[in-house]
Design a protein around this ligand. Structure first.
Ligand code: LLP
Length: 389
């Protein structure tokens, strides 16, 4: 029974078919976002008492209204480029720079200089930058990103730790970093780690927090420990929702061992993935060599995740909610063999050109990674009105 109760919740779009069909009639491909779902996820995280500071990793979905909503819910914003920094200050006039975190990787040095100039918190993960550009870092306070020696996550391509990864300072280099920092009068006030994305074991963050706590004790000047993002969502019907309860109990326990530090997180996916769907129109239905294929008016140009990570997204025919289903491969119009949303998916037997397909859980790393390959247009985006639920 427990397993059943913990199955993933009914998606928001289930009762809103007519609204989505009307929207699709205005043009596809189109991402549609439900603000209520973002708010609900934000409040779930806000209820976790062990966490003192919450940043939203805007790379998952930088839609201005979503940023506004999350800032309203008390979130800060984590940015990774000069473009993302410019975007958040433009989208949110008057945004307090103290609520913005800059966590780039191998960025050009002028982006660090600009970030310090804006007064945001800057994270650095190597000694070489300090040595090479003393004038940029001298006298600053910054956070140090470390590599805890391993990566985690839903796919090899989203793991951000270990010797093969470009991210983070190896822990055995921390002393060297501190020496270089001291020489420039740089204060290291935060300690950061993000080991990957879509990590489904709640204990992961507890361990990261524990390890960072140990390193922070050695550094001495740390006030904040940032344990990264990476919280998963249930993409598949039988995926269990992330066990937030176990997560928060674990964090509370470690935090009790390190009461001197504020605990920060920076999730992206967890807040926005389930809030977004991609609406597509069926272009052609073809059978070849015993395989039925449904073609859609966008493919990996609109949503790269299946091609890049073999990621699963549920696919539904919104135009034909009932009726007998048969297996189809769902493909896009892009000239690449990887242009497949899903293979052997149950869709109505009479699926036909003009039908509207819905690709679920596409609110994170969907539009954010969309491109114009084959000179296809970017998808449109619509933020739906917030319902009162
Ligand atoms: N913090 C840092 C330093 C990150 O690099 C990331 C994501 C996050 C936070 C937020 O991670 P999240 O909570 O969203 O897992 N395109 C891939 C995911 C790449 C994640 C990159 N970094 C995907 O679609 O699965």
């Amino acid at each position: 029974i427990e397993g059943r109760l913990r199955r993933r919740p009914v998606p928001w779009w289930h009762g809103r078919r007519d609204e989505l069909l009307a929207l699709a009639a205005e043009g596809t491909p189109r991402y549609a976002y439900d603000p209520g779902t973002v708010r609900a996820r934000a409040r779930q995280l806000a209820a976790v008492e062990a966490v003192d500071r919450r940043f939203y990793a805007i790379k998952a979905n930088p839609h201005p209204e979503i940023l506004r909503l999350l800032v309203e819910e008390g979130f800060g914003l984590e940015c990774v480029s000069a473009g993302e920094l410019a975007h958040v200050f433009e989208a949110l006039p008057g945004l307090d720079p103290a609520r913005v975190l800059f966590t780039p990787s191998f960025a050009p040095v002028d982006e660090y200089a600009a970030a310090f100039g804006r007064g945001v918190t800057v994270t650095l993960d190597n000694v070489e930058a300090l040595e090479r550009w003393p004038e940029v870092f001298r006298g600053r306070a910054l956070w140090l990103r470390v590599d805890l020696g391993r990566g985690e996550g839903h796919h090899e391509k989203v793991r951000t730790g270990g010797p093969a990864s470009k991210f983070g300072l190896q822990v055995d280099r921390v002393e060297a970093f501190l020496a270089a920092a001291r020489a420039l009068d740089v204060r290291v006030t935060g300690l950061h780690a993000h080991l990957g994305s879509g990590v489904d074991t709640p204990d992961h963050w507890r361990e990261v927090c524990d390890e960072l706590g140990g390193i922070a004790e050695r550094i001495g000047s740390i006030d904040t420990i940032d344990i990264g993002g990476g919280l998963p969502i249930p993409y598949r019907e039988d995926d269990e929702p992330f066990d937030l309860e176990a997560w928060s109990v674990g964090l509370a326990e470690v935090k009790a061992a390190y009461p001197a530090y504020r605990l920060a997180i920076e999730p992206g996916r967890f807040l926005v993935a389930e809030a977004g769907v991609l609406l597509l129109a069926v272009t052609q239905v073809v059978e070849k060599g015993g395989i039925r294929r449904v073609g859609a008016d966008a493919g990996i140009n609109a949503l790269m995740r299946p091609a890049l990570y073999d990621a699963w997204h549920d696919i539904h025919n919104l135009s034909r909610p009932d009726g007998e289903t048969v297996a189809f491969d769902v493909v896009g119009p892009i000239c690449e063999s990887s242009d497949v949303f899903g293979r052997q998916r149950p869709l109505p037997r009479d699926t036909a050109p003009g039908d509207v397909l819905l690709v679920a859980d596409a609110g994170a790393y969907g539009m954010a990674m969309a491109n114009t390959y084959n000179l296809r247009a970017l998808p449109a985006e619509t933020l739906l009105p917030e319902t009162g639920e």
